[in-house]
Design a protein around this ligand. Structure first.
Ligand SMILES: [Zn+2]
Length: 94
C-alpha cells in the first residue's frame, strides 16, 4: 500500500479511502469492471456510487470532488450528510 496524496492509498487493483462513518477504509477497484476515477488525488471523484455492507452497517455514498456524500439508505449516523474525505488516519503503511 502506498500513499497518493493525503486522502488516498493505492492497493493492488485500486484505491482506498478512509470512511469516517464506518471508521474503516473502503476499497475501490479500478479498471475494467471497476470504478471510474477522475485521477485527482486531493479531489477524487468515483463513479458509480459505493455500497458497503458489514454486518448491520450499510454504507452507501457518492465520492465527488473530494467529498463523501452519504445517501439516506445508509444505516450510520452520517446518512444524508456529506463530509470531506479525511486525511488518511491509518499508520500501518509505515
Ligand atoms: Zn463507509
Amino acid at each position: 500500500m502506498s500513499a497518493i496524496g493525503h486522502k488516498l492509498r493505492k492497493t493492488k487493483g485500486g484505491l482506498m479511502f478512509f470512511c469516517p462513518a464506518c471508521n474503516t477504509a473502503h476499497g475501490i477497484s479500478l479498471g475494467r469492471n471497476g470504478w471510474q476515477w477522475n485521477n485527482s488525488e486531493d479531489k477524487p471523484t468515483f463513479t458509480p456510487s459505493l455500497y458497503s455492507v458489514a454486518g448491520d452497517l450499510k454504507c452507501h455514498c457518492f465520492v465527488r470532488d473530494g467529498r463523501i456524500e452519504y445517501l439516506s439508505d445508509s444505516t450510520h449516523e452520517f446518512r444524508g450528510k456529506s463530509v470531506d474525505i479525511p486525511d488518511w488516519s491509518f499508520h500501518s503503511e509505515v
